[in-house]
Design a protein around this ligand. Sequence first.
Ligand code: NAP
Ligand code: HSE
Length: 430
Amino acid sequence: MLRLGLAGFGTVGSGLVRILLENHEIITARTGQDISIKTILVRDLAKKRAVTAAPEVRFTTNPDDLVNDPDIDVVVELMGGIDTAKSLITRALHAGKHVITANKHLLALHGPELTALAASRGLGLFFEASVAGGIPIVQTLRESLGANRIERLVGILNGTANYILSEMTTSHLDFATALKQAKDLGYAEADPTYDIEGLDTAHKLVVLIRLAFGRDFPLQGVPVRGITQVTQMDIELAREFGYRIKLLAQARELDGRIEASVQPTLVKYTYLLARVGGNFNAVRVEGNAVGPIMLHGQGAGDTPTGSAVMADVMALCRGLAVPGWRFDNTGFGNKPLPQAEILPAEESVSMHYFRFSVADHPGVMAAISKSMAEHDISIAQAVQKGDMSGSDVPIVFLTHNAKAAAVAATIREIDAMSFTVRPTVQFPIL
Ligand code: NAP
Ligand code: HSE
């Protein structure tokens, strides 16, 4: 018998309850345990719920009813937020309860402290649902790829952002309509700014870097750009060159230093990552033994995320069945992770997409090309769009590999030129 105390009965909590009710038989067969929810913590007892919990489940607004209940073995934190969630998890661990959480924001900020506390008490602190929804990327990095030195990670890690970009690309929806749909479908965070400004992706990337590289990369060290700067015009222009725009999280190790970023990126349409649509996420991992692998699945939503939470509950059951089992929550034996040495963003090298908005005058193309050449940026393709009316026109350049510092200097120079009408738009190319 394993008793859960569930904190949060929103999108993910409802998904978990539904899975536990509908798949009880297979879960029991696989774990040999009767798993049930004893108590559910919510803010509003009167709120109408998407799913009806089993009649014996008790509802409460008091976290003490989870933390102080000796019958509850595991606290499952699906509330979100920082302070209340951190306090609940800390108190649960101090009370000797295992913890499962989907809270990537909390983990990005306080993961090492919480895993250290769990380790000191010999408890499990599991977080499969915190990254990429239903995709089992945490277990894959911690266990299945444990024999590899991970060289590189590239991921689409936010279902809301990917849904918006996909809808803008394929259905030509405007940004606000696509965001509203993502919210209605339960994909977005309580504050969707986290989704669209790339912050949620950065939270997940920090969690993945720990699992993949065994280093702690500070959240504030990740350069982050969201999708609010991506316009329909850039989506169309990228498409004409054979690319899709995706919000990518990337991390790689170069000579012992780790480079990490979150930014809208042009991805060749023939790449699998370009084909990841809707609320789906994907993670491409390169290990020095396995080579490249890619995982793909729903990155947000009730039952996809609930599936990952339930996988943690079942993994916990397997550990608890072994007397003296030591839960390795980090994949590195619970030892404190060293700080990552960070490769500065300005040293990063990649191909780039530039869209200059300029007056259609003689010599403009030549002036832009000259500035790029002086910054050692080599042009791969260029096109000027427009109606030749002499007004503001977009000029698009795709470049060969160039350093981020040179790219920034070029943009500064060109944006200061008299023919530039609007700030230059630039995205890297994968
Ligand atoms: P949600 O739909 O907003 O649900 C949050 C639940 O927590 C609600 O039931 C709410 O109670 C309860 N709650 C919030 N603050 C509380 C407090 N101070 N005291 C008691 N109860 C509180 O959120 P969600 O989308 O399920 O997300 C939950 C967590 O999972 C977040 O950390 C999120 O980042 C993460 N996550 C979400 C998804 C997804 O697809 N949505 C996927 C992966 C991870 P009331 O219902 O009474 O208001
Ligand atoms: N808001 C998040 C997303 C939920 O859209 O990906 C999954 O973590």
